[in-house]
Design a protein around this ligand. Sequence first.
Ligand code: SF4
Length: 358
Amino acid sequence: MQLLEQAQDSVRLSVSTPEEDIRAAAAANDSLILEFEAFRDGRGFSLAAILRGQGYQGRLIAAGKVLPDQVRHLRRSGFDAVELAPGADAAPWRRMDQVFSAAYQSASGDDRLVWRQRHAASANDDAVALAARLNAQWGEADAEDLLIAVLDPALGRKAAAISSFGAEAAVLLHLISRVRPDLPVVFLETGQHFFQTLAYRRNLASRLGLTDVRDITPDAAALSTADPRSDLWRRAPDACCAVRKVQPLAQALAGFDTRITGRKRYQNPQRADLMPFEAVGGVLTVNPLAQWSVQQIEGWLRDHQLPRHPLVEQGYPSIGCWPCTRAVEPDEEARDGRWAGQEKTECGIHGRSLAPVC
Ligand code: SF4
Protein backbone atom coordinates (compact mmCIF):
# COMPACT_ATOMS: atom_id res chain seq x y z
CA MET A 1 0.00 0.00 0.00
CA GLN A 2 1.40 3.36 -0.99
CA LEU A 3 1.30 6.05 1.69
CA LEU A 4 0.84 9.63 0.50
CA GLU A 5 1.18 12.89 2.35
CA GLN A 6 -1.10 14.59 -0.11
CA ALA A 7 -2.64 12.94 -3.13
CA GLN A 8 -2.17 14.94 -6.33
CA ASP A 9 -3.87 14.85 -9.72
CA SER A 10 -6.86 12.93 -8.45
CA VAL A 11 -10.57 13.58 -8.29
CA ARG A 12 -11.72 13.77 -4.66
CA LEU A 13 -15.08 12.22 -3.77
CA SER A 14 -16.81 11.42 -0.52
CA VAL A 15 -17.94 7.86 0.18
CA SER A 16 -21.43 9.39 0.53
CA THR A 17 -21.36 10.49 -3.14
CA PRO A 18 -24.06 8.58 -5.05
CA GLU A 19 -22.70 5.42 -6.63
CA GLU A 20 -23.73 6.53 -10.16
CA ASP A 21 -21.66 9.70 -9.77
CA ILE A 22 -18.66 7.71 -8.55
CA ARG A 23 -18.95 5.33 -11.49
CA ALA A 24 -19.14 8.30 -13.87
CA ALA A 25 -16.05 9.81 -12.26
CA ALA A 26 -14.24 6.48 -12.58
CA ALA A 27 -15.10 6.32 -16.28
CA ALA A 28 -13.50 9.72 -16.83
CA ASN A 29 -10.50 9.65 -14.48
CA ASP A 30 -7.44 7.50 -13.90
CA SER A 31 -7.15 8.35 -10.21
CA LEU A 32 -9.87 8.75 -7.55
CA ILE A 33 -9.71 9.70 -3.88
CA LEU A 34 -12.51 8.26 -1.75
CA GLU A 35 -12.83 10.23 1.47
CA PHE A 36 -14.14 8.25 4.44
CA GLU A 37 -16.39 10.33 6.70
CA ALA A 38 -16.36 8.09 9.79
CA PHE A 39 -14.10 5.32 11.07
CA ARG A 40 -17.01 2.86 11.25
CA ASP A 41 -18.33 3.73 7.76
CA GLY A 42 -17.89 0.72 5.46
CA ARG A 43 -19.15 2.33 2.25
CA GLY A 44 -15.69 3.17 0.97
CA PHE A 45 -14.66 -0.50 1.08
CA SER A 46 -17.79 -1.52 -0.81
CA LEU A 47 -17.37 1.21 -3.42
CA ALA A 48 -13.76 0.21 -4.09
CA ALA A 49 -14.73 -3.45 -4.46
CA ILE A 50 -17.58 -2.52 -6.83
CA LEU A 51 -15.32 -0.36 -9.01
CA ARG A 52 -12.65 -3.09 -9.19
CA GLY A 53 -15.32 -5.68 -9.93
CA GLN A 54 -16.47 -3.54 -12.85
CA GLY A 55 -12.97 -3.41 -14.25
CA TYR A 56 -11.73 -0.03 -13.03
CA GLN A 57 -7.96 -0.06 -13.59
CA GLY A 58 -7.15 3.41 -12.29
CA ARG A 59 -5.70 4.37 -8.96
CA LEU A 60 -7.89 4.29 -5.84
CA ILE A 61 -6.77 6.34 -2.84
CA ALA A 62 -8.40 6.15 0.57
CA ALA A 63 -8.47 9.38 2.60
CA GLY A 64 -10.15 10.84 5.67
CA LYS A 65 -11.18 8.70 8.63
CA VAL A 66 -9.26 5.48 8.10
CA LEU A 67 -6.97 3.74 10.57
CA PRO A 68 -3.75 1.73 10.24
CA ASP A 69 -5.69 -1.35 11.47
CA GLN A 70 -7.79 -1.10 8.32
CA VAL A 71 -4.94 -1.05 5.82
CA ARG A 72 -5.26 -4.71 4.95
CA HIS A 73 -9.02 -4.36 4.35
CA LEU A 74 -8.36 -1.30 2.20
CA ARG A 75 -5.89 -3.24 0.07
CA ARG A 76 -8.17 -6.23 -0.24
CA SER A 77 -11.07 -4.00 -1.29
CA GLY A 78 -9.05 -2.58 -4.15
CA PHE A 79 -7.32 0.52 -2.82
CA ASP A 80 -3.74 1.21 -4.00
CA ALA A 81 -2.85 4.06 -1.66
CA VAL A 82 -3.80 5.94 1.49
CA GLU A 83 -3.57 9.68 1.97
CA LEU A 84 -2.30 10.15 5.53
CA ALA A 85 -3.81 12.76 7.81
CA PRO A 86 -1.51 15.81 8.27
CA GLY A 87 1.30 14.92 10.68
CA ALA A 88 0.30 11.24 10.88
CA ASP A 89 3.05 8.69 11.55
CA ALA A 90 3.47 6.29 8.61
CA ALA A 91 5.17 3.57 10.70
CA PRO A 92 1.97 1.94 12.07
CA TRP A 93 0.55 1.83 8.56
CA ARG A 94 3.64 0.05 7.25
CA ARG A 95 3.67 -2.35 10.16
CA MET A 96 0.00 -3.31 9.81
CA ASP A 97 0.38 -3.64 6.03
CA GLN A 98 2.97 -6.37 6.56
CA VAL A 99 1.35 -8.35 9.36
CA PHE A 100 -0.15 -10.91 6.97
CA SER A 101 1.55 -12.06 3.78
CA ALA A 102 -1.46 -13.90 2.35
CA ALA A 103 -5.16 -14.58 2.84
CA TYR A 104 -7.42 -17.61 2.59
CA GLN A 105 -10.46 -15.95 1.02
CA SER A 106 -10.44 -14.11 -2.28
CA ALA A 107 -11.05 -10.38 -2.47
CA SER A 108 -11.12 -7.87 -5.30
CA GLY A 109 -7.86 -6.15 -4.50
CA ASP A 110 -5.73 -9.03 -3.27
CA ASP A 111 -4.57 -12.09 -5.18
CA ARG A 112 -2.09 -13.23 -2.50
CA LEU A 113 -4.18 -16.23 -1.57
CA VAL A 114 -2.59 -19.07 0.33
CA TRP A 115 -4.10 -21.85 -1.82
CA ARG A 116 -3.22 -19.98 -5.00
CA GLN A 117 0.38 -19.50 -3.93
CA ARG A 118 0.72 -23.18 -3.07
CA HIS A 119 -0.92 -24.28 -6.29
CA ALA A 120 1.17 -21.85 -8.38
CA ALA A 121 4.41 -23.00 -6.76
CA SER A 122 3.59 -26.64 -7.41
CA ALA A 123 2.38 -26.03 -11.00
CA ASN A 124 5.41 -23.91 -11.73
CA ASP A 125 7.81 -26.56 -10.44
CA ASP A 126 6.13 -29.09 -12.74
CA ALA A 127 6.22 -26.74 -15.73
CA VAL A 128 9.86 -25.79 -15.13
CA ALA A 129 10.88 -29.45 -15.02
CA LEU A 130 8.87 -30.25 -18.14
CA ALA A 131 10.27 -27.27 -20.08
CA ALA A 132 13.83 -28.27 -19.15
CA ARG A 133 13.20 -31.85 -20.26
CA LEU A 134 11.63 -30.75 -23.56
CA ASN A 135 14.43 -28.25 -24.27
CA ALA A 136 16.97 -31.02 -23.77
CA GLN A 137 15.05 -33.43 -25.98
CA TRP A 138 13.53 -31.17 -28.66
CA GLY A 139 15.26 -27.80 -28.30
CA GLU A 140 17.33 -28.28 -31.45
CA ALA A 141 14.56 -29.91 -33.50
CA ASP A 142 13.07 -28.07 -36.41
CA ALA A 143 9.88 -26.16 -35.70
CA GLU A 144 7.50 -28.63 -37.30
CA ASP A 145 8.95 -31.65 -35.45
CA LEU A 146 8.86 -29.66 -32.24
CA LEU A 147 5.14 -28.93 -32.77
CA ILE A 148 4.43 -32.56 -33.58
CA ALA A 149 6.17 -33.59 -30.37
CA VAL A 150 4.37 -31.17 -28.09
CA LEU A 151 0.97 -31.86 -29.66
CA ASP A 152 1.40 -35.62 -29.47
CA PRO A 153 -1.63 -36.92 -27.51
CA ALA A 154 0.76 -39.14 -25.59
CA LEU A 155 2.13 -36.02 -23.88
CA GLY A 156 -1.37 -35.27 -22.61
CA ARG A 157 -1.16 -31.49 -22.96
CA LYS A 158 -4.14 -29.19 -23.55
CA ALA A 159 -2.70 -26.68 -25.99
CA ALA A 160 -3.75 -23.47 -27.71
CA ALA A 161 -1.85 -21.08 -29.93
CA ILE A 162 -1.86 -17.30 -29.71
CA SER A 163 -1.59 -15.20 -32.83
CA SER A 164 -1.78 -11.49 -33.57
CA PHE A 165 -2.27 -12.18 -37.30
CA GLY A 166 0.50 -9.64 -37.73
CA ALA A 167 3.40 -9.22 -40.12
CA GLU A 168 5.04 -12.64 -39.61
CA ALA A 169 2.16 -14.60 -38.12
CA ALA A 170 1.61 -16.66 -41.25
CA VAL A 171 4.70 -18.81 -40.55
CA LEU A 172 3.53 -20.26 -37.24
CA LEU A 173 -0.06 -20.55 -38.47
CA HIS A 174 1.13 -22.39 -41.57
CA LEU A 175 3.09 -24.84 -39.43
CA ILE A 176 0.06 -25.38 -37.21
CA SER A 177 -2.13 -25.99 -40.25
CA ARG A 178 0.26 -28.76 -41.33
CA VAL A 179 0.38 -30.42 -37.92
CA ARG A 180 -3.05 -29.82 -36.36
CA PRO A 181 -5.41 -27.47 -38.24
CA ASP A 182 -8.06 -27.86 -35.53
CA LEU A 183 -5.77 -26.50 -32.80
CA PRO A 184 -7.45 -23.60 -30.95
CA VAL A 185 -5.87 -20.33 -32.09
CA VAL A 186 -6.62 -17.29 -29.96
CA PHE A 187 -6.80 -13.89 -31.66
CA LEU A 188 -7.26 -10.91 -29.35
CA GLU A 189 -9.85 -8.74 -31.06
CA THR A 190 -9.04 -5.62 -29.04
CA GLY A 191 -11.47 -3.42 -30.95
CA GLN A 192 -8.50 -1.29 -31.99
CA HIS A 193 -7.07 -3.26 -34.89
CA PHE A 194 -6.45 -1.94 -38.39
CA PHE A 195 -9.25 -3.08 -40.70
CA GLN A 196 -6.49 -4.71 -42.78
CA THR A 197 -5.62 -6.95 -39.82
CA LEU A 198 -9.22 -8.11 -39.44
CA ALA A 199 -9.45 -8.88 -43.16
CA TYR A 200 -6.09 -10.69 -43.06
CA ARG A 201 -7.20 -12.73 -40.04
CA ARG A 202 -10.28 -13.95 -41.99
CA ASN A 203 -8.46 -14.61 -45.26
CA LEU A 204 -5.41 -16.32 -43.77
CA ALA A 205 -7.43 -18.62 -41.50
CA SER A 206 -9.55 -19.64 -44.47
CA ARG A 207 -6.58 -20.09 -46.79
CA LEU A 208 -4.74 -22.28 -44.25
CA GLY A 209 -7.83 -24.28 -43.29
CA LEU A 210 -7.59 -23.41 -39.60
CA THR A 211 -10.89 -24.51 -38.11
CA ASP A 212 -10.78 -23.15 -34.56
CA VAL A 213 -9.63 -19.52 -34.63
CA ARG A 214 -11.23 -17.76 -31.67
CA ASP A 215 -11.83 -14.00 -31.68
CA ILE A 216 -11.49 -12.96 -28.05
CA THR A 217 -13.00 -9.58 -27.17
CA PRO A 218 -12.68 -7.49 -23.99
CA ASP A 219 -15.36 -7.80 -21.34
CA ALA A 220 -18.01 -5.21 -22.28
CA ALA A 221 -18.69 -4.05 -18.71
CA ALA A 222 -15.00 -3.77 -17.88
CA LEU A 223 -14.39 -1.84 -21.09
CA SER A 224 -17.23 0.60 -20.50
CA THR A 225 -15.84 1.38 -17.05
CA ALA A 226 -12.15 1.48 -17.92
CA ASP A 227 -12.25 2.97 -21.41
CA PRO A 228 -15.66 4.44 -22.25
CA ARG A 229 -14.24 6.83 -24.86
CA SER A 230 -11.78 4.35 -26.39
CA ASP A 231 -8.89 6.67 -25.64
CA LEU A 232 -7.23 4.85 -22.75
CA TRP A 233 -4.30 3.99 -25.03
CA ARG A 234 -3.47 7.70 -25.07
CA ARG A 235 -3.64 8.21 -21.28
CA ALA A 236 -2.60 4.86 -19.82
CA PRO A 237 -1.47 2.28 -22.40
CA ASP A 238 -0.64 -0.36 -19.79
CA ALA A 239 -4.17 -0.13 -18.42
CA CYS A 240 -5.50 -0.25 -21.99
CA CYS A 241 -3.51 -3.41 -22.74
CA ALA A 242 -4.73 -4.85 -19.44
CA VAL A 243 -8.41 -4.47 -20.23
CA ARG A 244 -8.18 -5.21 -23.96
CA LYS A 245 -5.53 -7.94 -23.95
CA VAL A 246 -4.31 -9.24 -20.61
CA GLN A 247 -7.64 -9.96 -18.96
CA PRO A 248 -9.39 -11.40 -22.04
CA LEU A 249 -6.35 -13.57 -22.80
CA ALA A 250 -6.25 -14.93 -19.26
CA GLN A 251 -9.91 -15.88 -19.49
CA ALA A 252 -9.59 -17.36 -22.96
CA LEU A 253 -6.66 -19.54 -21.96
CA ALA A 254 -7.96 -20.72 -18.61
CA GLY A 255 -8.02 -24.49 -18.83
CA PHE A 256 -5.13 -24.72 -21.29
CA ASP A 257 -1.84 -25.88 -19.82
CA THR A 258 0.26 -25.31 -22.96
CA ARG A 259 0.47 -22.16 -25.06
CA ILE A 260 2.17 -21.83 -28.40
CA THR A 261 3.49 -18.48 -29.59
CA GLY A 262 5.31 -17.17 -32.64
CA ARG A 263 7.85 -15.10 -30.69
CA LYS A 264 11.42 -14.93 -31.98
CA ARG A 265 14.70 -13.97 -30.31
CA TYR A 266 15.54 -11.34 -32.88
CA GLN A 267 12.39 -9.31 -32.27
CA ASN A 268 13.71 -7.28 -29.34
CA PRO A 269 16.31 -7.47 -26.55
CA GLN A 270 13.73 -8.79 -24.06
CA ARG A 271 13.33 -11.87 -26.25
CA ALA A 272 17.04 -12.42 -26.91
CA ASP A 273 17.26 -15.47 -24.61
CA LEU A 274 13.92 -16.99 -25.56
CA MET A 275 13.96 -20.78 -25.38
CA PRO A 276 11.76 -23.11 -27.44
CA PHE A 277 10.13 -24.27 -24.20
CA GLU A 278 9.55 -22.12 -21.14
CA ALA A 279 7.56 -22.27 -17.94
CA VAL A 280 5.60 -19.06 -17.50
CA GLY A 281 3.41 -18.77 -14.42
CA GLY A 282 3.07 -22.54 -14.20
CA VAL A 283 2.12 -22.93 -17.85
CA LEU A 284 4.25 -24.60 -20.52
CA THR A 285 4.99 -22.07 -23.24
CA VAL A 286 6.20 -23.28 -26.60
CA ASN A 287 8.05 -20.97 -28.98
CA PRO A 288 8.79 -23.11 -32.05
CA LEU A 289 10.30 -20.16 -33.95
CA ALA A 290 12.42 -18.85 -31.07
CA GLN A 291 15.72 -19.51 -32.84
CA TRP A 292 14.64 -18.54 -36.36
CA SER A 293 16.30 -15.62 -38.12
CA VAL A 294 14.59 -12.91 -40.16
CA GLN A 295 15.96 -14.59 -43.27
CA GLN A 296 14.40 -17.93 -42.31
CA ILE A 297 11.03 -16.27 -41.72
CA GLU A 298 11.17 -14.43 -45.04
CA GLY A 299 12.34 -17.58 -46.81
CA TRP A 300 9.49 -19.65 -45.39
CA LEU A 301 6.90 -17.04 -46.38
CA ARG A 302 8.36 -16.89 -49.88
CA ASP A 303 8.89 -20.62 -50.44
CA HIS A 304 5.37 -21.46 -49.32
CA GLN A 305 3.79 -18.45 -51.05
CA LEU A 306 2.03 -17.36 -47.91
CA PRO A 307 0.06 -14.10 -48.10
CA ARG A 308 1.60 -11.17 -46.26
CA HIS A 309 -0.27 -8.75 -44.03
CA PRO A 310 -1.26 -5.93 -46.42
CA LEU A 311 0.42 -3.27 -44.27
CA VAL A 312 3.88 -4.86 -44.60
CA GLU A 313 4.41 -3.36 -48.02
CA GLN A 314 3.38 0.04 -46.62
CA GLY A 315 6.30 0.04 -44.18
CA TYR A 316 4.84 -1.80 -41.18
CA PRO A 317 7.16 -4.71 -40.28
CA SER A 318 5.46 -5.16 -36.89
CA ILE A 319 1.74 -4.64 -36.48
CA GLY A 320 -0.49 -4.25 -33.44
CA CYS A 321 -3.42 -1.97 -32.62
CA TRP A 322 -3.69 1.06 -34.89
CA PRO A 323 -3.28 3.73 -32.17
CA CYS A 324 0.01 2.19 -31.06
CA THR A 325 1.57 1.26 -34.40
CA ARG A 326 3.19 3.39 -37.07
CA ALA A 327 5.26 2.67 -40.17
CA VAL A 328 9.05 2.67 -39.66
CA GLU A 329 11.78 4.50 -41.51
CA PRO A 330 14.38 2.44 -43.43
CA ASP A 331 16.99 2.93 -40.70
CA GLU A 332 14.68 1.93 -37.84
CA GLU A 333 14.22 -1.46 -36.19
CA ALA A 334 11.06 -3.43 -36.95
CA ARG A 335 9.48 -2.80 -33.55
CA ASP A 336 10.37 0.91 -33.42
CA GLY A 337 6.91 1.58 -34.78
CA ARG A 338 5.24 0.02 -31.74
CA TRP A 339 4.31 2.41 -28.91
CA ALA A 340 6.71 4.84 -30.60
CA GLY A 341 8.00 7.55 -28.29
CA GLN A 342 7.14 5.54 -25.17
CA GLU A 343 9.19 3.23 -22.98
CA LYS A 344 6.59 0.51 -23.43
CA THR A 345 7.77 -2.32 -25.68
CA GLU A 346 5.44 -5.19 -24.77
CA CYS A 347 1.83 -5.71 -23.87
CA GLY A 348 2.98 -5.99 -20.27
CA ILE A 349 2.04 -9.56 -19.46
CA HIS A 350 5.18 -11.55 -20.16
CA GLY A 351 6.03 -11.94 -16.51
CA ARG A 352 3.28 -14.21 -15.27
CA SER A 353 1.16 -14.86 -18.28
CA LEU A 354 1.57 -14.71 -21.98
CA ALA A 355 1.51 -12.02 -24.55
CA PRO A 356 0.60 -12.71 -28.11
CA VAL A 357 3.23 -11.73 -30.63
CA CYS A 358 1.95 -8.22 -30.34
S1 SF4 B 1 -1.71 -1.93 -28.10
FE1 SF4 B 1 -2.48 0.16 -27.71
S2 SF4 B 1 -4.66 0.20 -28.31
FE2 SF4 B 1 -3.97 -1.98 -28.19
S3 SF4 B 1 -4.57 -2.61 -26.18
FE3 SF4 B 1 -2.44 -1.91 -25.99
S4 SF4 B 1 -2.50 0.30 -25.50
FE4 SF4 B 1 -4.58 -0.36 -26.15
